[in-house]
Design a protein around this ligand. Structure first.
Ligand code: ATP
Length: 328
């Protein structure tokens, strides 16, 4: 069997570990493996390289993706898809593994429907994919945020300041909620839950009266405003409101792309290795239109359709618990 692999959409730490797992599991089963560069753009441009066990050596611990990633609008058009079909036929691949977010899964589904055996692996720091508790890169991104919060706490308590920390999550609050719970935020504001900035201000004033040395407010970038325009990002809007309405010395930190980089954690390496190996098993079994998920600490298989039509839900109990921890 000739298996192709690509990474698409936003990169996520652990994608390299998944590439390594796919390559080595496939070689173990005497398959040939090819890397397609720059996601769907690489299919259109015929950017394909053979991968050996050595070419995936020393990448397990590295962030980013050795295959590069890209957003490819041409692939969304019927002309682009016809070109992709032609190129894939030329490449002579019998199976494809696509690592990425829900956009990449839509692309995978199109390839499936064209008759190419394709399996998806969820790789996005946002964790916003249905049918899996975790996607590759989320755990590392949350740990990066926690590391930043630890450092911000040092300076925040030295100056008795309020720090608004904006984290990634355009449409979802997974990173904010996880980091809020484990990082001890005074409040966590996410796109899925209506926000009340006056209540946040009240909470800050209350905690200052109680003698707390600092307050950390976590805001998901997609809460409001315009994440591309820093002055109008969610973090700055919230920070300005707090400063004006509480009078507290307030600072804003937008963590931005540092959340995408870094060495994957144990959890992301394990997840990526289990998922990569399972994807190869599925291709060898001739299974198509499938995605590999991780549910209740086990690898599970779902149809891509189901993954795309199931909304990944934030854990409201965790958000509530985070608020309880801050309230007393
Ligand atoms: P992330 O959410 O982490 O950024 P993603 O996979 O959702 O990852 P997108 O930019 O949405 O990122 O999608 C990646 C690529 O998948 C797109 O550039 C495009 O090539 C392909 N793709 C996305 N949506 C579709 C679609 N509806 N039809 C065909 N291809 C698509």
């Amino acid at each position: 069997m000739k298996i192709g692999i690509l990474t698409s959409g936003g990169d996520a730490p652990g994608m390299n570990a998944a590439i390594r797992a796919v390559v080595r599991k496939a070689l173990y089963h005497n398959c040939k493996v090819y890397g397609i560069k720059r996601g769907f753009a690489g299919i259109l441009n015929g950017e394909i390289v053979p991968l050996s066990s050595r070419s995936v050596g020393d990448i397990l611990q590295r962030g980013g993706t050795i295959l590069k990633s890209a957003r490819c609008t041409e692939f969304k058009t019927p002309e682009g898809q016809a070109k992709a079909k032609e190129q894939l036929e030329k490449m002579g691949l019998n199976g494809l593994v696509i690592i990425g977010g829900d956009g990449s899964f839509r692309g995978a589904q199109i390839l499936n429907r064209m008759g190419f055996l394709t399996v998806g692996i969820p790789g996005t720091i946002d964790n916003d994919i249905g049918c899996t508790d975790y996607s590759i890169g989320f755990d590392t991104a949350v740990n990066t945020v926690l590391d930043a919060i630890n450092k911000i706490r040092d300076t925040a308590s030295s100056h008795s300041r309020v720090y608004v920390v904006e984290v990634m999550g355009k449409n979802s609050g997974f990173i904010a909620i996880a980091a809020g719970l484990a990082g001890g935020a005074e409040a966590v504001l996410v796109p899925e839950v209506p926000y009340d900035l006056d209540a946040v201000c009240k909470q800050i004033v209350k905690s200052i009266k109680k003698g707390k040395a600092h307050s950390i407010i976590l805001v998901a970038e997609g809460l409001m405003g315009d994440p591309v325009n820093m002055e109008h990002s969610s973090g700055f809007i919230v920070g300005k409101y707090i400063q004006t309405h509480t009078g507290a010395d307030t600072r804003v930190t937008v963590l931005g792309h540092i959340q995408r980089g870094g060495n994957p954690t144990f959890f992301d390496r394990k997840l990526a290795t289990l998922m990569g190996a399972k994807a190869v098993d599925l291709l060898l079994a001739g299974e198509t239109e499938k995605m590999v998920g991780f549910v209740n600490n086990r690898i599970e298989v779902f149809s891509i359709d189901e993954a795309l039509s199931t909304k990944a839900k934030i854990n409201l109990e965790e958000l509530e618990l985070s608020n309880i921890m801050a309230s007393v």
